[in-house]
Ligand binder design. Structure first.
Ligand SMILES: [Cu+2]
Length: 241
């Protein structure tokens, strides 16, 4: 089976722990601030409280004040921001588990990585796959010698074409376009007798290629997509030569 992964998706790490570690690291060792600011700025922080804390640390260090837990707590108290950042106990908790030889740059990088927002829907206009189709009327089979190409649409809750027919020995490429443009509306394409099972994100086109063996094989959606998900199935019919 050939799988063409046009787009690889990444799930970013959750950065709250990294944010806490970076802030704790700076409180333990003020020199770490320069390293951190070389990678991120306060607005890169996800949590409002963390952003405020980093801004205040920067302001204090700019004034030449050594920032430890006590100095920071007092400063936030004076600025009326202490409750907003979760109080003195939350500030103190930033120091929990901060390793002595902290590689603060590493944690700052994690925060940066978290800014990469994963794509949830591939916009139609960005899908440049040569076999992409957006209308069920364009779905169908073309043949060149023994090479068969199936342009297929997946949309709640069916595949088009349904039940397509090829010949034994044909080299079949199925290009599945998920024409949904709704977040989370993924469809699977499972042709399990051929060890094929792919997930196609909204707006994405993926292809699979296999050599047809005679018989009748079901293919179906392998990713729960709607109340009628279980109806989303059809047959590949392979006629003997
Ligand atoms: Cu489904």
């Amino acid at each position: 089976m050939e799988l063409d992964l046009m787009f690889l998706k990444k799930t970013p790490p959750h950065s709250l722990e990294a944010e806490r570690t970076v802030l704790g690291g700076i409180l333990v060792q003020n020199q770490a601030l320069n390293t951190v600011l070389a990678t991120i700025s306060p607005e890169d922080l996800y949590k409002d409280a963390h952003r405020i804390v980093l801004e205040r640390i920067v302001a204090l260090v700019d004034k030449g004040i050594a920032v430890d837990l006590l100095a920071l707590t007092e400063d936030l108290q004076r600025s009326g921001l202490l409750e907003e950042v979760g109080g003195a106990s939350y500030l103190a908790s930033l120091l929990d588990g901060v390793p002595r030889n902290l590689n603060v740059e590493y944690y700052a990088q994690i925060i940066k990585a978290d800014k990469v927002k994963p794509i949830e829907v591939y916009p139609k206009e960005e899908n440049k796959h040569p076999l992409a189709i957006w209308d069920v009327a364009d779905a169908g089979i073309t043949r060149q010698g023994n090479r068969v190409t199936v342009k297929m649409v997946a949309v709640r809750s069916s595949f088009t074409p349904m039940n397509f027919e090829v010949q034994e020995g044909d080299i079949v490429t199925v290009a599945v376009t998920n024409i949904e443009q709704t977040t989370d509306e993924l469809h699977g394409f499972g042709l399990l007798d051929y060890n094929i099972n792919i997930v196609v994100d909204p707006g994405e086109t993926k292809t699979v290629t296999f050599t047809a063996r005679k018989g009748v094989y079901p293919y179906y959606c392998t990713n729960f997509c709607s109340a009628l998900h279980q109806e989303m199935q059809s047959y590949l019919i392979v006629k003997p030569r």
